[in-house]
Design a protein around this ligand. Structure first.
Ligand code: ATP
Ligand code: MG
Length: 396
């Protein structure tokens, strides 16, 4: 693949590069944005890599944020308060598969050599419009290949997360993983167990968000052996139906809950937030208990019970085989919309009587109040026209 004469570098980024170069520090654009530009896909911010040490970057720019100062990354704020990451040329001098001790004061070549894949190790000089591609990343872009920079075994052993990154980029761009890189990924997969749950979760979630097809990403995780270690609730053989995963919206919690036999246990392992775990648990609990859309009271009862998770359960439907259901489940979204439009009462809060009304009508204070409200709600879910004060009090 030839390089374009110029890349459209955003003004703010160009200004930062010029200031660094003006102070005598070599500065290049690197990483994802260069790769994405060459691929002609939408790209985000241009990361800069520079010879300037982090302290110098902080000194040269008035407004900075030390976003990853221990790795040499300083974010420079532009006039619109957007952050632009500037990272000092670095080399990893000690690694243990999870963290690296880094050394500054090295060359662009050293900096490119510590990057994960050839397609991520291309540099472009935003002022001189020169290219540096010592590992032939452009050829791999052309041949649609994910290839480790250097010896794949070593590179994965330096940081096992790179195995998951390879899977993510492969699924995102529909690139093959070069055979030796893939072999090394499989051979070193046990090292994934050392990673922190947070880093693994980020990769899995980002992978779901960016894959061309989630089914492809899942197949890669299963084939390489990563799923066995971190997502054991997702059966490799396909015990649950997972074949329609590509029909789901790109919501990582929803997709994970769809795939896993026990979604809450999976997300607990990945140290997800309690909110996400509860959401996944609800999806797991209810995904086999849809109501018959032809029976309105059943739909109302279901809406009342699933509460805030109703939309997740509706979003899951395209992933479920209609043949599982003895009723026309595909009509459910429309029926739910109608129930909502009618503003049918669905919770005790919607009832035409409150706890105080029951007390005034002679119900004893204590658990009986709640129980009575629940009983009244059950009647109203059967028939919303019963939701009048007179009727409900007559039933107390
Ligand atoms: P994305 O589109 O996901 O942001 P990206 O390539 O920009 O893709 P980042 O995680 O933002 O990925 O990292 C920026 C660059 O830093 C990468 O292109 C790569 O050169 C390098 N890099 C990131 N993580 C690693 C890693 N674990 N090992 C080696 N190099 C890495
Ligand atoms: Mg990036």
């Amino acid at each position: 693949m030839g390089f374009p004469a110029r890349l459209p570098i955003p003004d703010a980024v160009l200004r930062i590069a010029k200031q660094l170069e003006g102070a005598g520090y070599e500065t290049w654009c690197v990483g994802g944005a260069i790769r994405d530009n060459l691929l002609g896909v939408e790209n985000h911010d241009f990361d800069l890599t520079t010879a300037a040490p982090p302290g110098e970057v902080q000194r040269l720019f008035k407004r900075t944020v030390p976003v990853g100062i221990e790795h040499g990354t300083v974010a420079v704020l532009d006039q619109q308060n957007r952050q632009h990451e500037v990272t000092t040329f670095r080399k990893d001098i000690k690694t243990d598969g999870r963290h690296a001790v880094v050394e500054f004061g090295v060359s662009l070549m050293d900096d490119l050599a510590r990057r994960d894949f050839t397609i991520n190790a291309i540099a472009y000089h935003p002022i001189r419009h020169e290219w540096r591609d010592p590992f032939h990343g452009a050829d791999d872009l052309e041949h649609k290949l994910i290839r480790s920079v250097g010896d794949a075994n070593w590179r994965f052993q330096e940081d096992y997360l790179r195995i998951l990154r390879a899977l993510r980029f492969s699924a995102r761009f529909e690139f093959r993983i070069q055979p030796r890189t893939l072999e090394a990924a499989k051979a070193n997969v046990q090292g994934l167990a050392q990673l922190s749950a947070e880093r693994v979760r980020d990769e899995w979630f980002k992978g779901i968000a960016t894959a061309k097809r989630v089914s492809k990403l899942l197949t890669l995780w299963i084939d390489v052996g990563a799923a066995r270690i971190w997502l054991p609730e997702i059966p490799g053989g396909g015990k649950r139906e997972t074949g329609n995963v590509d029909k789901l919206p790109r919501d990582a919690v929803l997709v994970t809950a769809y795939l896993a036999s026990d979604p809450a246990s999976l997300l607990t392992r990945l140290k997800s937030s309690n909110k996400d775990i509860e959401r996944a648990r609800a999806i797991g609990q209810w995904r086999d208990k849809y109501p018959d859309p032809r029976h309105l009271p059943e739909v109302r009862k279901w809406l009342s019970q699933v509460g805030e998770y109703a939309d997740d359960l509706l979003a899951l439907l395209p992933g479920l085989a209609v043949s599982r259901f003895p009723f026309p489940v595909s009509r459910l979204p429309k029926v739910v919309a109608a129930v909502r439009a009618a503003k049918d009462p669905l919770t005790v809060k919607d009832l035409a009587v409150k706890g105080d009304d029951l007390l005034a009508a002679g119900v004893r204070p204590g658990p009986q109040v709640g129980e009575t409200l629940e009983r009244l709600l059950a009647e109203v879910l059967e028939d919303p026209s019963r939701n009048t004060r007179d009727y409900l009090l007559s039933r107390v």
